[in-house]
Design a protein around this ligand. Structure first.
Ligand code: FAD
Ligand code: SIN
Length: 531
C-alpha cells in the first residue's frame, strides 16, 4: 500500500488498518531514538511524511551540547541552560537533560557517530552563544546529518520497526478519552494505524513564518493534531529567531551556524563596525534572542543590512571546519573566508509545544510527545544553543521507556493560565494561502511584537481557521491540510504572545519592555474549549 522500510511485525486487521504495539509519528532524532527503545519490547510503526531521512535533525549544523569536557559539569550546563531560559525553565527537566545527556551522547558514539576529535583523541568541543565553556560536540558543520545516519542505520535494520515513508499523519484517533493511533494519508489514499500508545515526534514549526531556517516538513503538524485532539499545549509564544541566516535575494535562507561566532566570526554593520558590544555586554556570543534584537535595531539605525565577517580568521581553518557553509555561500557568489556575508534573523525553533511531564506523558492518555514538538519545560523562554538535539535524544528515550511501562497521563499544574479555543465564526472569511499565513506571522508575530500587531494576527488567524475548518470537510487536499496546520499553530502562537504582557527570553513586546516576574512566572497553556 505504501512505501515502507524494514520487515516489521505490524499487521493489517480486517478493516485494512495497520495494527502495532507502538506508533511513532516522525523520523528525526526523537522519533528514531524512541523507536529503537520501543522495539526492545514490541512492534513499532513509524509514520513519516516525506523521505524518512528528511527532518530538521538532518540539517542541524553546530552540534550537540553535553557536559563531557574536563572544565565542564552537569551543574554548569544546567546553570547556562537556566540562564538562557530567562526564569521559565523547569529545573527538574533541565537537571534530567544535563545529567542523562552525556550517557546518551556516549552511546551515540559507541554506535558509530563520528564526531570531530582533537589531537589527543577526545571529542573536539565548540563554543556557542551563552555557553560558559566549550561544550558542543560536532561533525564539522553537519552534525545532524551524522547523527541521523547513525540512528537510521540501526532503525532500518531492526526487524521490529516498520517505517512508512511519504505518509502524513492527519489526525489522532481518540476513543473513550484515549489516543488509539492516527489516521494518515499517502499518495495511494487514506490509512489508519491502531496502537495502544502513540508518540508524537513531528518536530518544529518554523514554516509558520515567512523567514525560517526550517525545511518544508516543519509545519507544526504535531501541535495542531494534539490541540485538535484535546491535549494541552504550552509556551508557544516563545519562538527562537536565529540571528545569522544567509540573506541573499534568490538564495535559500540557509543557516550560518552560531559555531562560526564561537570560532571568532563577528557581526558588523554597513561600515564594517562591530556593533554587538554597544547593545549587549556579552557581544557576539550573547544569547540568540539578544543578538537577533540587536541586529534588527542596528539594521534600522543604519537603514542597511548587517553582515557576518570571518575575514580576520585563517581561511584554511574556516574551509576545513565549515565546509557545507562555505559551499553554500560560494553557490550564492560569496567567499565565506573573505566577503562580508549579509545575514538576518529567521524563525528557527519553537520552545513550546505539546505539554508533557518528565516522561513524555501528555494530558491525553495514550499520547506521548518528545523532541521539538514537545514542551518539557527544558528550554523555558529561550533555548540554549545545541540543547535541542540533546533534548530529542534524552527525552525520546525517556518517552519510550514510559510507553513501554504504560505511563499515566501527565498531571500538569492547574495554576497555569489556560486559554481556550481558536476558531471564531467569521461569516465570509476565505481560506488563506500558506504564503498569506506566513507573511502575517512574520510581520506581526516576529522578532519585535506589539499589542496592535498581535491583535491583528489573532483576529485574522481565528477567522482563517474557522474558514478552513468548514472547507476541510469537503476535501483531502494536502495543501489545505498544510495551511490548516500553519494557521492553527500560528493562531496558538499569536494568542499566547498577545496574552503574555511582558518581555521574556525570545518573546519581546515593544509595549512591555521588561520581564515581569510578579505576574508572569508561569506558562500560557492552551486547550480546545470543547475538551
Ligand atoms: P525533526 O528532526 O524535525 O523530525 C520530525 C519528523 O516528523 C520528520 O521526519 C518529519 O517528516 C516528520 N513529520 C512532521 N509532520 C508529520 C506528519 N504530519 N506525519 C508524519 N510525519 C511527520 N539543534 C541543535 O541542538 N544543534 C544544532 O546544531 C542545530 N542546528 C540546526 C540547524 C537547522 C538548519 C535547523 C532547522 C535546526 C537546528 N537545530 C539544532 C534544531 C534541531 O535540529 C531540531 O530541533 C531537532 O532536530 C528536532 O528533532 P525532532 O526529532 O524533534 O524533529
Ligand atoms: C547553529 O548551528 O547555530 C544551530 C544550533 C542550534 O540550533 O542549537
Amino acid at each position: 500500500m505504501t512505501p515502507s522500510t524494514g520487515p516489521g511485525h505490524p499487521r493489517f486487521d480486517r478493516q485494512g488498518d495497520l495494527r502495532s504495539d507502538f506508533l511513532v509519528i516522525g523520523s528525526g532524532i526523537a522519533g528514531l531514538r524512541a523507536a529503537l527503545a520501543l522495539a526492545e519490547t514490541g512492534d513499532v510503526v513509524v509514520l513519516t511524511k516525506a523521505d524518512p531521512r528528511e527532518s530538521n535533525t538532518g540539517y542541524a549544523q553546530g552540534g550537540i551540547a553535553a557536559a563531557v569536557g574536563p572544565d565542564d559539569s552537569p551543574e554548569l550546563h544546567a546553570s547556562d541552560t537556566l540562564a538562557a531560559g530567562d526564569g521559565l525553565c523547569d529545573p527538574d527537566a533541565v537537571n534530567l537533560l544535563v545529567r542523562e545527556g552525556p550517557r546518551y551522547v556516549t552511546e551515540l558514539m559507541a554506535w558509530g557517530a563520528a564526531f570531530d576529535r582533537g589531537e589527543d583523541g577526545t571529542p573536539a568541543l565548540a563554543r556557542e552563544g551563552a555557553h560558559s565553556v566549550r561544550r558542543v560536540l560536532h561533525a564539522h558543520d553537519a552534525t545532524g546529518r551524522e547523527i541521523a545516519r547513525v540512528l537510521w542505520t540501526r532503525v532500518s535494520s531492526n526487524p521490529r520497526i516498520r517505517v512508512v515513508g511519504d505518509a502524513q499523519a492527519l489526525a489522532l484517533n481518540v476513543h473513550d478519552g484515549r489516543c488509539a493511533g492516527a489516521r494518515f494519508m499517502t499518495g495511494d489514499g487514506l490509512g489508519t494505524v491502531v496502537a495502544e500508545r502513540t508518540l508524537l515526534a513531528t518536530g518544529g514549526a518554523g514554516q509558520v513564518f515567512r523567514e525560517t531556517t526550517n525545511p518544508m516538513i516543519a509545519t507544526g503538524d504535531g501541535v495542531a493534531m494534539a490541540f485538535h485532539a484535546g491535549a494541552r499545549v504550552a509556551d508557544l509564544e516563545f519562538v527562537q529567531f536565529h540571528p545569522t541566516v544567509l540573506s541573499v535575494a534568490g538564495a535559500p535562507r540557509f543557516l550560518l551556524s552560531e559555531a562560526l561566532r564561537g570560532e571568532g566570526a563577528r557581526l558588523v554593520n554597513n561600515l564594517g563596525e562591530s556593533f554587538m558590544e554597544r547593545y549587549e555586554p556579552a557581544g557576539d556570543l550573547a544569547s540568540r534572542d539578544l543578538v537577533s534584537r540587536a541586529m534588527v535595531r542596528e539594521a534600522e539605525r543604519t537603514a542597511s543590512p548587517v553582515y557576518l565577517t570571518l575575514a580576520h580568521l585563517p581561511a584554511a581553518f574556516i574551509r576545513e571546519r565549515f565546509p557545507t557553509i562555505a559551499q553554500t555561500c560560494a553557490a550564492a557568489g560569496l567567499d565565506l573566508t573573505a566577503d562580508p556575508i549579509p545575514v538576518r534573523p529567521a524563525a528557527h525553533y519553537v520552545m513550546g509545544g505539546v505539554q508533557t511531564d518528565l516522561d513524555g506523558n501528555t494530558s491525553l492518555p495514550g499520547l506521548y510527545a518528545a523532541g521539538e514538538v514537545a514542551c518539557t519545560g527544558v528550554h523555558g523562554a529561550n533555548r540554549l544553543a545545541s540543547n535541542s538535539l540533546l533534548e530529542g535524544l534524552v527525552f525520546g528515550a525517556r518517552a519510550a521507556l514510559a510507553m513501554r511501562a504504560g505511563g499515566e497521563p501527565a498531571q500538569l499544574p492547574e495554576s497555569d493560565v489556560v486559554d481556550d479555543g481558536l476558531e471564531r465564526d467569521s461569516g465570509d472569511a476565505t481560506v488563506p494561502t500558506a504564503g498569506e499565513v506566513r507573511d502575517l506571522m512574520w510581520r506581526h508575530v516576529g522578532v519585535l511584537r506589539t499589542h496592535a500587531g498581535l491583535e491583528t494576527a489573532v483576529t485574522r488567524l481565528r477567522a482563517w481557521t474557522w474558514a478552513i475548518g468548514r472547507h476541510k470537510e469537503e476535501t483531502h487536499d494536502p495543501d489545505v491540510r498544510r495551511v490548516e496546520n500553519l494557521a492553527t499553530v500560528g493562531g496558538l502562537i499569536a494568542q499566547a504572545a498577545l496574552r503574555r504582557t511582558e518581555s521574556r527570553g525570545a518573546h519581546f513586546r515593544t509595549d512591555f519592555h521588561h520581564r515581569d516576574d510578579l505576574h508572569w512566572m508561569k506558562r500560557v497553556a492552551q486547550r480546545r474549549h470543547d475538551h
